[in-house]
Design a binder for this molecule. Structure first.
Ligand code: ADP
Ligand code: MG
Length: 267
């Protein structure tokens, strides 16, 4: 590696977003983090959801945190003080719990209220290859902070009938944020999750997605796999809990695809 590349050694920051709940955002955030770590990447996972599922699913107890993302957003701690290493996942976590819901209110009165997370990440951006942000299922000030800090958005989605409709709302949101707040923001890609190839409708929606979005649809497809759903109750990413399961294998492959996509687009 030569010094001319130094400017590129800052982290790629990606939001995992979809305004629907229960579509696999957190599962994707945790397992992509673990998958990227398996490929030797340095990863920070930011839990932007007050439910703290990404925190717990990484094996970190959200009830005993010294600091959490809330403290970082309101300027009472920095990321280096608040982050916790996930031994189980091989990546760092900026954890969250219910306190984070208060940040909505505290941020409203602050100047540059959408860019607090972006400012906070600057301190560590040369320490990581990837920063992944697990977004809540709302377009709140928290989510805006995520979108304002990111280079791109990865959208996990189930291939169901109404999925396409919800998608156009989200794509419009990304365009608006791109125009008004963060000109660097782009759609990185759509990830098909909880996929069951035996369901004809899912095959049809999947084909429509490819027709509409072309290369923006990731080649990796994550199957519906019970091992991925079991893993969080053990405080483990599915990728660590049962590495040979089909779900884990898919997320490991997805990690590789994300690395290749970043390299090929020199993002
Ligand atoms: P979100 O963060 O979008 O609300 P989650 O990642 O929490 O969604 O997933 C919702 C539920 O679906 C969880 O119980 C999770 O364990 C389960 N789940 C997610 N992905 C899969 C999958 N590929 N196969 C089986 N269950 C899954
Ligand atoms: Mg979630």
């Amino acid at each position: 590696m030569n010094t001319a590349n130094t400017a590129k050694l800052t982290a790629r920051v990606f939001c995992i977003a979809n305004q629907k709940g229960g579509v696999g955002k957190t599962t994707t955030a945790i397992n992509l983090s673990a998958g990227l770590a398996k490929h030797g990447q340095r990863v920070l996972l930011i839990d932007l959801d007050p439910q703290g599922n990404a925190t717990m699913g990484s094996g970190i107890d959200k009830s005993t945190l010294e600091h959490n993302l809330y403290d970082v957003l309101i300027g009472q701690a920095n990321i280096e003080q608040a982050r916790v290493h996930s031994e189980n996942g091989g990546y760092d976590v900026l954890p969250a719990n219910r306190e984070l819901s208060g940040a909505e209110i505290d941020l409203v009165g602050m100047e540059e209220r959408e860019s607090q997370l972006k400012q906070a990440i600057k301190l560590v951006e040369d320490k990581y290859d990837f920063v992944l942000i697990d977004c809540p299922p709302t377009l709140s000030l928290l989510t805006l902070n995520g979108l304002a800090a990111a280079h791109g958005v990865i959208i996990p989605m189930q291939c169901e009938y109404f999925a396409l409709e919800g998608l156009s709302d989200l794509v419009n949101t990304i365009k608006r944020v791109h125009r008004n707040i963060n000109p660097e923001l782009s759609l990185i890609g759509l990830l098909r999750v909880m996929f069951d190839p035996r369901v004809t409708l899912q095959q049809q929606v999947s084909a429509q997605l490819e027709a509409h979005f072309g290369d923006k649809v990731f080649k990796t497809v994550v199957p519906r796999n019970v091992r991925l759903a079991e893993a969080p109750s053990h405080g483990l990413p599915g990728v660590t809990y049962d590495p040979s399961s089909r779900g884990a294998q898919a997320y490991i492959a997805f990690g590789k695809e994300v690395i290749e996509r970043v390299r090929s687009t020199s993002m």
